[in-house]
Design a protein around this ligand. Structure first.
Ligand code: PLP
Length: 362
């Protein structure tokens, strides 16, 4: 039995699963590694009993509050295998800082970020053979917290489970980076100011499915959300923040409380500024975007998020208007950011201080 600094107790599996073969197709989030991290919370003990155990189903009381009122938050990040064999994480402390901001909004007790980082390090170290070594593949990491109190009254739960599971994933772009078609959603909304849009919470996704399905039917891969009050200002895309290159300026919606504070978004803003670009964070309306398009100034549109890193947008459809961006091809700013960020993540390039964190082995 191994016990770590924060008393994380490890029970190794005696039934290791077959790892994916090199080059095997790995649909996103469909296959899971041998172990998982788990920790409990109750009012008397606080967060306690951190442990790494074999990956297995968990048991919940049917009255567990997460099953009824959606008290749940999550994170998404990746572990990368560098060519020289190092195992790398990308700004992982940002994810646990954000997890606590989500906790605050959803009334879940704060969690010790240092303990989370250590748990993540141990879990990735133990399951390191699950990190694919094919190009552009990684181990997707999903930390999450669910309310477990068996109670049908509406109130914050008094017990929780915090878990981290990991899933080997193949390249996001099977045939090289390809611009996507996005539907600007004018009927449904994702979040409103004062709501839970800034939290990474499952409930935000439940409310987004309907629009997503309707956009799929029309041949669009995702929706671009507008603000929940006037349906006028641009917010974000599915699980990505959005950027526009207009003339010489790079523009992205400001953090208004209803959009997610993406770590890729933040890194893109920092990288662009370090490289001499002008980046503005402000409220921007879809009319202004359409006007820039008509004026021939809308040079690029791209989404940012952990899964795709940079996702160029080749077409934006807003009501009856179809905007074809940069001839449906990836633009120079998107290409630069994609190469730079993936270079840092996979350890091919040196990024700003502290962005790449090496997994320590035990
Ligand atoms: C996770 C997420 C993002 C992207 O955040 P990253 O930290 O860059 O991965 C953007 N929008 C929503 C709604 C998200 O859930």
């Amino acid at each position: 039995m191994e016990v770590y600094m924060h008393n994380i107790i490890v029970t190794r599996t005696t039934n290791a699963q077959k790892k994916p073969e090199k080059g095997e197709k790995l649909p996103f989030g469909a296959c899971f590694s041998d172990h998982m991290f788990i920790m409990d919370y109750d009012a008397a003990l606080g967060w306690h009993s951190p442990r790494i155990v074999p990956y297995a189903p968990i048991s919940l009381d049917p009255a567990a509050m997460c099953l009824h009122y959606g008290q749940e938050v999550f994170e998404g990040m990746k572990a990368y295998r560098a060519e020289d064999g190092r195992l790398l994480l990308f700004r992982p402390e940002e994810n646990f800082r954000r997890l606590n901001r989500s906790n605050e909004r959803i009334c879940i007790p704060y969690i010790d970020e240092a303990l989370c980082l250590e748990a993540l390090n141990q879990l990735v170290d133990i399951d390191q053979d699950w990190i694919p070594d094919s190009p552009d593949s990684s181990l997707y990491i999903r930390p999450f917290i669910v309310a477990t109190e068996a109670r049908l009254g509406v109130k914050p739960s008094d017990s929780y489970l915090f878990m981290i599971i990991t899933s080997p994933s193949g390249p996001y772009y099977e045939q090289g980076i390809k611009p996507v078609k996005i539907y600007v959603e004018s009927l449904y909304v994702r979040a409103v100011r004062g709501g839970t849009g800034m939290a990474k919470a499952g409930g935000n996704y439940a409310s987004s499915l309907k629009a997503q399905m309707e956009a799929h039917k029309l041949g669009y891969s995702q929706v671009l959300w507008l603000d929940g009050i006037e349906r006028k200002y641009v917010e974000e895309v599915g699980a990505m923040n959005i950027f526009f290159v207009i003339g010489d300026e790079v523009l992205t919606p400001e953090l208004s409380g209803s959009i997610l504070d993406g770590i890729t978004r933040k890194s893109v803003i920092e990288l662009l500024r370090l490289n001499g670009y002008t980046v503005t964070e402000r409220r921007v309306s879809i009319e202004d975007i359409a006007q820039a398009y008509d004026d021939g100034l809308l040079r690029e549109v791209f989404g940012t998020g952990t899964a795709a890193v940079i996702s160029p947008v080749g077409e934006l459809r807003w009501n009856y208007k179809t905007m074809i961006i940069n001839n449906g091809e990836i633009g120079a700013v998107s290409r630069f950011l994609y190469d730079e960020l993936t270079g840092i993540q996979w350890g091919r390039r040196q990024g700003p201080e502290g962005w790449s964190v090496e997994v320590q082995s035990n």
